[in-house]
Design a protein around this ligand. Structure first.
Ligand SMILES: [Zn+2]
Length: 257
């Protein structure tokens, strides 16, 4: 069964040597569809171009918290224009990241909130990135109430997961779920009903076990599905089928089989 990767970064330089050959090959084999994320205005352009090149590649457009420096004031109008393109299915990835020193929390929060408001205006889902910023992320989500949202690459506690579910959000897991030290992510996964879970790679990063550290691509989504199947006591086919349906429903994907 072919699988959907709900979160990828095919603009990354790690793909420069064989980007299109790789995509041709995995989309012909075991990958049903891909949503390519954006982190700034140039990657929005890339994601939209990629979605035009492949039937089952879709685009998310947005400004990542680590890319806010130099964002022009007019960015929200640019995103609004992009959001009206037929294969743009989400605003993402957006959020808060307090991991590296000298981050501007105030500016990050402002840009995060503005993009959630835009998503609500356009009735698009948001794809949320949150690192070392759980409380501020939750506060903004409580206040802005995105119509539809998914917290990606989740590795937080079951308590945080339940709080997000209470806000109506979905949660997606990368290859991190397969890592030996991912006990907290596994416990959270146990607490989340499968109809609120989506699968992703965040490729080229976060390659699942046994590929950890190497370049990841969407065909490796199956490794995370296998781990999820084990956690939920389901077959891999059932797990893939449910997660594919969740992604199609959540992002309103017009997937061609
Ligand atoms: Zn990402």
């Amino acid at each position: 069964m072919k699988i959907i990767d709900t979160h990828a970064h095919y603009d990354d330089a790690w793909f420069d040597d064989n980007r299109y050959e790789l995509l041709d090959s995995i989309l012909a084999q075991n990958v049903l569809a891909i949503i390519n994320m954006s982190v700034d205005i140039p990657t929005c352009d890339f994601s939209i171009e990629l979605s035009k090149r492949y039937d089952n590649v879709f685009a998310a457009v947005g400004i990542h918290p680590e890319n806010i420096v130099g964002t022009p004031d007019s960015y929200i109008d640019t995103l609004r224009k992009y959001g009206e393109q037929p294969k743009v299915v989400a605003i993402g990835e957006i959020g808060l990241d307090y991991h590296y020193e000298n981050y501007d929390a105030q500016k990050q929060k402002e840009i995060f909130e503005q993009q959630i408001m835009l998503a609500n205006e356009l009735s698009l889902p948001v794809v949320i990135h949150s690192r070392d910023a759980t409380e501020d992320t939750l506060n903004i989500l409580r206040r802005t109430t995105p119509e539809k949202g998914v917290v990606h690459c989740f590795s937080g506690s079951p308590e945080t997961a339940l709080e997000l579910l209470g806000l109506g959000l979905y949660i997606s897991f990368t290859g991190v779920l397969t890592f030996k030290n991912a006990k907290k992510a596994v416990r959270s996964c146990e607490a989340i009903p499968i109809d609120r879970i989506m699968l992703e790679t965040d490729c080229p990063y976060m390659a699942p076990s046994p590929f950890r550290g190497s370049r990841c691509d969407s065909s490796m989504t199956i490794k995370t599905a296998e781990k999820l199947a084990e956690i939920k006591g389901l077959s891999v086919d059932e797990t893939v089928s449910i997660c594919n349906e969740n992604a199609i429903r959540f992002f309103n994907l017009g997937v061609n089989n």
